[in-house]
Design a protein around this ligand. Sequence first.
Ligand code: SAH
Length: 355
Amino acid sequence: MNAALRELIDALSRGEALTEAAFEALIERRDAEAAALLRRYAVKARKAVYGEAVYTRGLIEISNHCKNDCLYCGIRRSNANVKRYRLTQAEIIACAEEGHALGFRTFVLQGGEDAWYTDERLCAIIHALKSRFPDSAVTLSLGERGRASFQRLYDAGADRYLLRHETADPEHYARLHPPEMRFEHRMRCLHDLREIGYQVGCGFMVGSPFQTAKQLAKDLAFIQAFRPEMCGIGPFIPHSDTPFRDCAAGTLKLTLYLLSILRLIDPTVLLPATTALGTIHPGGRELGIEAGANVVMPNLSPVAVRKDYALYDNKICTGEESAQCRHCLDARMRSIGYHLTVDRGDVKRTTIKGE
Ligand code: SAH
């Protein structure tokens, strides 16, 4: 590692903001020594805020119907090989019931953009979850909607919203999505969610097709400026029924490197070690935690539908019951000196950077 790279890493660890060019240099000139130093700083920063506690979110994949045609995604509308399903309110409540008994205090409802889930239906589901589990947070990850809809869902009790920006570079965005999907609209949604009062999550795939160091630097600069409460990143993994079937997957190393940088950009950010990371490497989630992540999101979906919610090939944990997933992750975290907590796991943020 040369002196300039070391200086960038030290600056980041002191809480200084970096320019886009500096982020680009940090990515382009990375080596094993730089990764190890970033990891040490990131773990120290995370421990100062969250200790050894790992937050859990119970993921309920409510629908794999989707009106969109994202080129990377296995449940895109033009994939005719998907067996489509949607969960009813009763099924969603039953998943949460089981999750609550297992110690989950955040439920993430994720799905394709499925018009069947009207505001009325979603408000009823959110209301039912919040009245039955008043100690739990409800997170939505249902794609782009209008501002009035986001407001209604928030008023019904939703606490958080995950909407990965996917890439902060409009030209890159256009190569990953069909023309009717607009970069500007996705960004508008993120700003609307923030203004309404949600805790907001953005994020991107590591190693998505055509991605360059410059584009990753744009992602980091965007995240530094937007300062999301949550940030979801994981490797891109090809799905065999998509136009990107022959593209290479994102790497473990680069994902871990970026997790450490994100932790230092904001020591308080809620940063998951994702299922995709666990899919490209058997110890991926543990390594993610050891690189600075502090959240895991095991699956609470009914086992009968899990294999049908395939955004990418070879997704892990599709055959296991929720309890098995929870216990397996608990053991995995203990094996590296961490533990899962029974807690809503809100962001610990008292001061705003730069104030
Ligand atoms: N429809 C919702 C939820 C999307 S699925 C939305 O639009 O936000 C959640 C995330 O999975 C996506 O934001 C995307 O970043 C990721 N994803 C999709 N396809 C993937 C793939 N092939 N490999 C890795 N991650 C993928």
